[in-house]
Design a protein around this ligand. Sequence first.
Ligand SMILES: [Zn+2]
Length: 141
Amino acid sequence: MEAFSEDIKMYFYENRLKTFEGWPFEENCSCTPQNMAKAGFIHTPSDNCPDIAMCFFCLKELEGWEPDDDPEKEHKSHSAACQFIALKKKVEELNVEEFFKLQKERHKFQNIKSFNDDITKFEDAANRRRAEILKTAKGEE
Ligand SMILES: [Zn+2]
């Protein structure tokens, strides 16, 4: 049950909003923490990029936000397949059946993402190995 509630935590606005500590756009702009969280985003900053946000559902990451960017519009235009931003109801209003259908779709995005991460890791490892082989081959000349 613990793992389950952790997994669905970000379906709820308040939990997403809490992630926006240190978000660079607070006032007089469209992409406030409130609007970002409403549009499904969570704040996932790194050392170099303080303004990365990711949709908890489709895992689309967006950075380089401008004060006038509308989070909902940006989300829709960069991730047309995201069912969360396309939801007509609030999460609290979904019935169990609707929620599980949504959760199934979300897992597809997670699978694609972890698949792509694996591919990247494999390519990195293969490139390193090729470079080592090349070095060895040159050393033998
Ligand atoms: Zn999304």
